[in-house]
Design a binder for this molecule. Structure first.
Ligand code: THU
Length: 133
C-alpha cells in the first residue's frame, strides 16, 4: 500500500504540470484506489473560465480511465501554507467514489497537512444509494 509520502510526491509531480494560466493556482491530487494504484490529476483551466477542471476531478477521471473503482485515500496539494481543501463540487465528486471514512489530506506545500474524512467534508450527503435501483 502506498504511503502518504508517495501520495504527496505523486500530487506534487502532477501539480507541476497543472494548466492554470488564469488563477496561477496550481493544484495536484493523488488518489490511492482500490486496485492499489495511484491516480493523479492537476487542475486544467480554460479561457471560458467556468469550464475549468479541478485537480480532484482530473484525478477521478484518471482513476476511472485506468480501471480503479473506489478511492481509498486522497492527497491534495497546492501552493502556500493553508491546506487546499476540495471545493464543494469536488466534495460531491469524491463522495461518489469513496466511503464515508475515507481520509482526504489537504496540503498547502509550505504548511501542515490537514486530514479530514469524507463525512467531515460533506456531512449528511446525498449519494448513489439514495436512488432507486
Ligand atoms: N482548485 C482545484 O483544482 N482543487 C481545489 O481543491 C481547489 C481549487 C483549482 C480550481 C482553479 O483552477 C484554481 O484551483 C483556483 O480556484
Amino acid at each position: 500500500m502506498a504511503s502518504d509520502a508517495e501520495l504527496f510526491a505523486a500530487a506534487e509531480a502532477v501539480r507541476a504540470r497543472a494548466y492554470a494560466p488564469y488563477s496561477r493556482f496550481h493544484v495536484g491530487a493523488a488518489i490511492l484506489a482500490d486496485d492499489g494504484k495511484i491516480y493523479a490529476g492537476a487542475n486544467v483551466e480554460n479561457a471560458a473560465y467556468p469550464i475549468g477542471n479541478c485537480a480532484e476531478a482530473s484525478a477521478i477521471a484518471a482513476m476511472i480511465a485506468g480501471g480503479g473503482k473506489r478511492i481509498t485515500r486522497l492527497y491534495v496539494t497546492g501552493p502556500g501554507t493553508a491546506p487546499v481543501t476540495p471545493c464543494g463540487g469536488c466534495r460531491q465528486r469524491i463522495r461518489e467514489f469513496a466511503d464515508q471514512d475515507v481520509v482526504v489530506i489537504s496540503h498547502g506545500v509550505d504548511g501542515a497537512p490537514l486530514s479530514q474524512t469524507v463525512a467531515q467534508l460533506l456531512p449528511h450527503s446525498f449519494g448513489p444509494e439514495y436512488l432507486p435501483k
